[in-house]
Design a protein around this ligand. Structure first.
Ligand SMILES: [Zn+2]
Length: 137
């Protein structure tokens, strides 16, 4: 039904002007303008902004030799490693930090229940009093 309507209109256009037969659906003579309605390549305007943790932002790989960095994830009072809800690290970096702290402790670079006094006044990466995510208990 629809095809027959189209073919009839083509025939009508062709009978009026035989030059139009080559491009029966084009209204303009410029072939570039006839592509105006085609989709164009563009960035997705609705794409979510990717949130990166502080170590990923600066592309820092935690190492047991970098005790000053690791100390920033350790409590000054108990020497415990802060959880991910406080540090705001992504899961892989948090696991890496915990692994490297354990490594540093086992070779004697860091204390188990103490934080080196040298690093007490280091800038705070996060506030333990105000966790980034609320804890489940
Ligand atoms: Zn990360």
């Amino acid at each position: 039904m629809f095809l027959s309507v189209i073919s009839r209109s083509i025939r009508r256009v062709a009978s009026q002007n035989p030059a139009n037969l080559a491009r029966p659906f084009s209204t303009t003579s410029d072939p570039k303008e006839s592509n105006n309605d085609e989709p164009i390549d563009m960035e997705n305007p609705f794409e979510k902004e990717k949130i990166k943790c502080i170590l990923c932002q600066h592309n820092i790989e935690p190492s047991y030799k970098n005790v000053q960095l690791l100390s920033q994830f350790q409590s000054a009072y108990t020497g415990r490693i802060y959880g991910r809800h406080i540090t705001g690290l992504c899961k892989s970096k948090q696991e890496k930090v915990e692994k490297e702290i354990a490594k540093a402790q086992s070779v004697g670079f860091m204390g188990f229940v103490t934080k080196d006094v040298k690093y007490i006044k280091d800038p705070k990466l996060f506030d333990p009093e105000r966790p980034i995510r609320s804890h489940k208990y």
